[in-house]
Design a protein around this ligand. Structure first.
Ligand code: OAD
Ligand code: ZN
Length: 240
């Protein structure tokens, strides 16, 4: 019944925006943050939430990279049914943008073109001294735990938004524009507790707000349709 309603909404929309989080990639085998098996519930030498902060990166880059490379750089993960569905929706001209808090690059790997990565990407890395670009494989496979620039020896930093760091202005502007102008907003796989990312959904003024998430969220009460299920499983039942 819910699937039928979702089918109807998607059939009648031609400017959909998808707003997602870590729950979009769990079906690709990447853990989220706040579920029981999420990264923040790992027993680790330092609390994972502390490790992925700017201060921690500055003072303990080795410990940062030990965790980051092992737990956050999932280079073998493949796009799942949610990613490929959204790519197809864009190809059909029904979806204008994917706004994601994920850093795994799986939307692009799945074929999506307009993707606003609010929290950056593991696939972009820059030397902190000379700004030379490095890809994810270089960082993950560097012999030293801390990847160093081959040109100047500087420490390489992922283009990932750590705690205490700001979001990229242009990415934020693009995300807000897309959300402000869409007719349907699908929010999925996110706990909606991280700001400012979660606040951007407030710019939505279209017709249909759809929420697909395993657990309840603060936006359930304002959504027109709430489906508590796995986003890949749900979206793969929609015909386009
Ligand atoms: P969270 O781990 O906070 O939330 C993931 C949500 O997805 C939870 O509500 C799960 O119930 C749900 N979920 C898990 N698997 C799902 C599935 N297959 N289908 C549907 N729902 C599923 O992750 P985010 O909301 O993305 O920031 O977290 C936001 C930010 O917090 C992240 O971008 C990260 C973290 O700190 C940075 O790293 C900067
Ligand atoms: Zn350099």
């Amino acid at each position: 019944e819910n699937i039928e309603k979702l089918q109807e909404i998607i059939d009648n929309s031609n400017n959909i925006v998808f707003f997602g989080g870590a729950g979009v990639s769990t079906e690709s085998g990447i853990p989220d943050f706040r579920s029981v098996d999420g990264l923040y519930n790992l027993k680790y030498k330092y609390p994972p939430e502390q490790i992925i902060s700017h201060t921690f990166f500055q003072y303990k880059p080795e410990e940062f990279y030990r965790f980051y490379k092992d737990k956050m750089m999932c280079l073998d993960a493949k796009p799942n049914k949610a990613h490929t569905f959204l790519a197809k929706l864009e190809e059909k001209g029904k979806l204008s943008a994917v706004v994601t808090q994920n850093i795994d690059g799986l939307h692009q790997a799945g074929g999506s073109h307009t993707v606003y990565e609010l929290h950056g990407s593991i696939h972009r890395n820059y030397c902190t001294k000379c700004h030379t670009f490095y890809d994810a494989e270089f960082v993950k496979n560097s012999k030293d735990l801390i990847p160093k620039c081959t040109k100047c020896g500087g420490i390489i930093k992922p283009d990932v938004v750590l705690y205490e760091e700001g979001l990229d202005d242009e990415t934020v502007t693009n995300a807000i524009n897309a959300i402000s102008n869409c007719d349907t907003l699908i929010i999925a796989g996110t706990s909606l507790v991280v700001y400012p990312a979660a606040s951007f959904i407030r710019y939505f003024k279209g017709n249909h707000l759809v929420l697909i998430n395993l657990s309840e969220t603060s936006a359930d009460k304002t959504a027109d349709l709430v489906i508590h299920g796995k986003v890949g499983e749900v979206l793969s039942q929609i015909k386009i």
